[in-house]
Write a protein that binds this ligand. Structure first.
Ligand code: PLP
Length: 344
């Protein structure tokens, strides 16, 4: 797996440009930097001047703090969970408090420690609801929060009415407060400046995924060919014999399978590439191996690509019946990850 950290930096710069001059652009590196390596990604982005990073849970911040050193802010979406106090304190991480329970825990356990607040504007996943916020906002504001944020449920669909509804709800809950605000991830950045506020939080767009369709590709995933064989008409391939050769057929067996995040739902639908020539997956994806129909190639190369310029993560996701986010974050531990750009 080749990971181009300079492309991640270029995508950040492009999203930063879209976010406008008065908006700070952070970076979301949860789930180990969407599977690409949170420490490496964070360090490369810090070279670009990124000063604020978001992780999902406090434990994810350990590798990020180690990679970044003491300066940059590391914010935690899940807030201040029971048992997190020591970690938040030692690593100087900023929890985004999601409930009155978390707020109480935080102000009691770590008075004076930096925090933000997450508000629920309609996604009904994380954050304080309008009535809760009304009850505690004075108390919160006295404690000097670093950021107030919310999250859009439908930002990847620009015409969805919930975008404007959530924007209005966010404004109702936060207009006139002297605190920095953040509403948008990748999709929200693309909705335009009304959605940008003081800080944006792109994730998937940094890694080359939709909805940032103009992203620079970040990963190439090449699978070594273990073996090649020729089939007579009528012979079958793989578990449950779902592929049946209807003519003399050459099959390449490549190393990589669903244990590596190459989802089994691509069976009989997905394809790999020899350069720019598509080669269909033949039969079932198995745990460690994929069979590929290479009958039409003059020569079978040493590697076939599953993520490459001809087929991005969202194309793979289309064959697998999922989204690029799930493909990225499923890419497993067995790959030899090599990085272009940035420092080890
Ligand atoms: C994951 C996440 C993001 C980043 O979203 P992308 O769609 O990957 O840009 C931002 N904010 C919150 C709250 C998230 O959970």
């Amino acid at each position: 797996m080749h990971i181009d950290l300079d492309a991640v930096a270029a995508n950040w710069a492009a999203l930063d440009q879209l976010s406008g001059p008065n908006t700070q652009t952070a970076a979301v590196i949860k789930a180990d930097g969407y599977g690409l390596g949170a420490g490496r990604v964070a360090r490369r982005l810090a070279e670009n001047g990124v000063r604020r990073f978001f992780v999902a849970v406090a434990e994810e911040g350990i590798a990020v703090r180690e990679a970044l050193g003491p300066g940059p802010a590391i914010c935690v979406f899940s807030g201040h969970m029971d048992g997190d106090t020591e970690l938040l304190d030692q690593l100087a991480m900023t929890p985004m408090l999601n409930s009155i329970e978390q707020l109480t825990r935080h102000l009691e356990a770590l008075p004076g420690h930096r925090f933000g607040v997450q508000l629920d504007t309609g996604m009904n996943r994380l954050g304080m609801e309008p009535a809760e916020w009304a009850a505690v906002s004075d108390l919160v504001l006295q404690a000097n929060p670093d950021l107030i944020m919310s999250h859009l449920a439908c930002a990847d669909e620009p015409d969805h009415p919930q975008n404007a509804e959530q924007l209005a709800a966010f404004r109702r809950m936060t207009d006139g407060l002297n605190v920095r605000r953040s509403l948008s991830a990748t999709g929200g950045i693309l909705l335009g400046k009304d959605y940008h506020f003081d800080l944006t939080r792109p994730g998937v767009g940094l890694y080359g995924g939709e909805p940032f369709v103009n992203a620079t590709p970040v990963i190439r995933l090449s699978l070594p060919v273990v073996q090649t064989r020729d089939l007579e008409p009528g012979e079958t391939v793989g578990y449950s014999a779902t592929f049946v050769a209807d003519k003399p057929t050459r099959i390449a067996t490549v190393s990589g399978g669903y244990a590596d995040g190459l989802l089994r739902s691509q069976s009989g639908k997905g394809q790999l590439f020899a350069g720019d020539i598509a080669c269909p997956i033949a039969g079932r994806v198995s745990m460690d191996l994929i069979s590929v129909d290479v009958t039409h190639l003059n020569e079978v190369p040493d590697y076939l690509d599953i993520v490459c310029p001809a087929q991005g993560v969202d194309d793979v996701a289309g064959h697998a019946g999922t989204i690029g986010y799930e493909i990225l974050t499923s890419l497993g531990a067995r790959y030899d990850r090599t990085y272009v750009g940035g420092k080890a």
